[in-house]
Write a protein that binds this ligand. Structure first.
Ligand code: ZN
Length: 341
């Protein structure tokens, strides 16, 4: 099991939680808010482990006692995890939890309930939870996780100690991926960049076939440099079939063009996200004027935002790829980015 003190990043939050544990000043309800993949659930789990541990070590879980072993094997009877059933968390789910926390804990210690995507509670469910938070049962700790705290009723928010999880700075995340997860330094840097500071997202890239996807992105840039309109459109159609894949590809493309720009401007391999691709980058950098690279990076970011806002994906990719096509000509320096707003 992951201990609180082993969690990288979020030092202030971890310190506050450990302090509360150590000095027996644990609250009844916590809200962990912050972007997806930033470490809210990981921290909540480690916190739950520490709350349930029977032989706590400086506030943190010991990792060895009966409770820790049960927790590690996901069969601690006083620990409950609530997540949306379908698209929402229903009142029946909260009532089920209420029944469980009404009585003494099975093992005489605390009861811990984590509510994932708490913003997905229906109004009735939130109201029902509020009643419990207003008269909290003894030795019961709720941890609500959400990326959208503003979507929770103010009455629920006001009952919780709130912790805001922030994205992890690039260098910190790169070093974390390198040291804790054993990634090569170059890969750690690239994944830190691609994930935008979210360890969960970075690790999801690791589990996917990262290298294959990066190669596909590089191939696409080369193809587009030489492509005519028909090839660009065909590529857009192909890519528009899978939203997650398309979004991942756009992030990789943006990093690639960013590297071309950095190489052109500084010639510093140490600043690149793809330092292992230095030869391809040197070659690619010669194709573009600086202004065009800046424009390309901007239109990729816009395309990504449009897809995230559920615009027609094929249309967005068609427009993007047509604009990226023919990089050599130099006649498209002005990408008229503003027309696309
Ligand atoms: Zn323990």
């Amino acid at each position: 099991m992951r201990l609180l003190r082993e969690i990288a990043g979020h030092e202030q939050i971890i310190r506050a939680l450990l302090n509360a544990l150590l000095h027996d000043r644990v609250g009844h309800a916590y809200l962990f808010a912050g972007p997806e993949g930033v470490g809210k659930a990981t921290t909540a789990l480690a916190f739950a482990g520490a709350l349930l541990c029977e032989g706590a070590d400086r506030g943190d879980a010991c990792g060895r006692c009966r409770a820790c072993r049960q927790f590690e094997h996901a069969n601690h009877p006083d620990f409950h995890w609530v997540r949306p059933a379908g698209s929402s968390i229903k009142i029946e789910q909260i009532r089920g939890i209420q029944r469980k926390v009404m009585f003494r804990s099975y093992q005489g210690g605390r009861k811990v309930i984590i509510i994932e995507q708490a913003e997905a509670m229906t109004a009735e469910a939130a109201n029902c939870l509020l009643k419990t938070l207003e008269e909290p049962p003894d030795e019961t700790v709720f941890v609500l996780l959400t990326a959208l705290p503003q979507a929770l009723p103010a009455t629920v928010l006001s009952r919780c100690q709130q912790y805001i999880f922030k994205l992890i700075p690039f260098h910190e995340l790169a070093s974390l991926l390198n040291k804790q997860h054993g990634l090569a330094r170059e890969e750690a840097r690239l994944l830190a960049a691609l994930s935008g500071g979210s360890p969960g997202k970075a690790l999801a890239y690791v589990s996917g076939s990262f290298q294959k996807r990066r190669d596909a992105a590089v191939r696409l840039t080369v193809l587009l440099q030489e492509a005519g309109a028909l090839e660009a459109l065909a590529e857009a159609e192909r890519m528009s079939k899978n939203r997650d894949e398309a979004l991942g590809l756009l992030e990789m493309l943006a990093c690639w063009y960013r590297d071309l720009l950095i190489w052109q401007e500084t010639g510093e391999a140490g600043l690149l996200f793809n330092p292992d691709q230095i030869n391809a980058l040197k070659k690619g950098a010669g194709y573009f004027e600086t202004g065009r690279l800046v424009g390309i990076i901007e239109i990729i970011a816009k395309a990504k935002n449009k897809i995230l806002a559920n615009a027609n994906m094929r249309l967005v990719l068609e427009v993007l790829f047509l604009r990226l096509a023919g990089g050599m000509s130099g006649t498209q320096t002005d990408l008229e980015v503003n027309q696309w707003d």
